[in-house]
Write a protein that binds this ligand. Structure first.
Ligand code: ZN
Length: 324
């Protein structure tokens, strides 16, 4: 490999983990490091700085090759001030992550929405390579999306486009954390799967995997489904239907050619994907949905870090041949 290529650091700040990677302009990951973000609220800046320093040390590359840092995070961001305004999964507000890292590491920093970064990652170097229209959906603690339309990332005026989890699919549904009712996130996120499973067991549903009073996560449900648990298989099938209803809306709106699904809940893809495809086929407009490939992410948990560096390279070099 050419040893003089420019590199950038990608950083994905999630509710449970911080993932960072050193990435080349070709989307190749040279080294990567992950640490726990739980309980790191007070020292989050220090934790991130130490993780990045460890990554640089481990990579053992010429330091001048590293041109900057692209950060992907959930929550509401101010990309100009490079500040996380509010992120419920991290329990932080008004966190100036960009200036903190710029001061400490002496590298330029850019801040992006995680759904957008992941969409760019898949589009440039993953499942969506060569496609002009795609939608990336992450199903994790929450639900988000990034939309590429005619070779452009749709950001909206405040980088908040793609809040797919807060599309209401039932106006009489439960109150969502956003203030709306019946948002998709209340039916199909990892958080929702855990909540629904607990409610059903409390109300008398039976699973040999989950005795009464047991603590159930969406990971547990996916694992139990793989081991043949009818309770978990049925629940994931329902979740897939809800996701399918939401996805039909996106397909009808954007006339996309690919829907790429990622996020931890996709660990249950064997059960979710058939239900999603069935629902889209059943309820979508045939001439539009028939053209759409619905697939699982290729970059998986690295979609955000890789995509954040892709966006960084594009933004730091206006002459770069990246079609955003
Ligand atoms: Zn909502």
């Amino acid at each position: 490999m050419e040893q003089t290529d420019d590199l950038a650091i990608g950083l994905d700040i999630g509710g449970t983990k911080i993932l960072t990677a050193l990435v080349s302009k070709n989307g190749e990951i040279l080294s990567k490091l992950q640490c726990d973000s739980k309980g790191g609220k007070e020292n989050l800046g220090e934790l991130i700085i130490n993780t990045i320093k460890a990554l640089i040390h481990e990579a053992n590359v010429e330091i001048t090759r590293i041109k900057g840092i692209g950060i992907a995070t959930a929550g509401v961001i101010d990309s100009k001030k490079k500040e996380i305004i509010f992120a419920s999964n991290l329990d932080i507000a008004n966190f100036p992550i960009g200036p903190i890292l710029e001061n400490e590491l002496d590298l330029p920093v850019e801040l992006y929405n995680d759904g957008n970064a992941a969409a760019v990652g898949e589009w440039m170097w993953g499942r969506g390579k060569g496609k002009k229209n795609l939608i990336y959906i992450t199903v994790s603690t929450g639900i988000g999306a990034g939309i590429i339309s005619n070779d452009r990332l749709i950001t909206g005026i405040t980088d908040s486009a793609g809040e797919f989890g807060h599309i209401s699919i039932n106006i009489d549904g439960p109150l969502c954390s956003c203030g709306n009712k019946g948002c998709l996130e209340n039916y199909a996120s990892g958080t929702a799967i855990s909540k629904i499973a607990h409610e059903r067991i409390e109300n008398g549903s039976v699973s040999e995997f989950f005795p009464p009073e047991s603590k159930i996560t969406s990971v547990d449900i996916c694992n139990a489904a793989k081991m043949g648990d009818p309770f978990s298989i049925e629940l994931l099938d329902e979740v897939g239907e809800y996701l399918g209803i939401g996805i039909i809306n996106l397909i009808h709106l954007f006339n996309t050619e690919a829907v790429i699904l990622g996020g931890g809940v996709m660990n249950g893809a064997d059960f979710l994907l058939p239900a999603i495809k069935r629902t889209v086929q059943k309820h979508g407009i045939a001439s539009i949905v028939d053209k759409v490939n619905i697939e699982i992410s290729q970059l998986e948990k690295y979609a955000c870090v890789v995509g954040a560096t892709g966006l960084f390279f594009k933004n730091s070099n206006k002459n770069a041949a990246l079609p955003i």
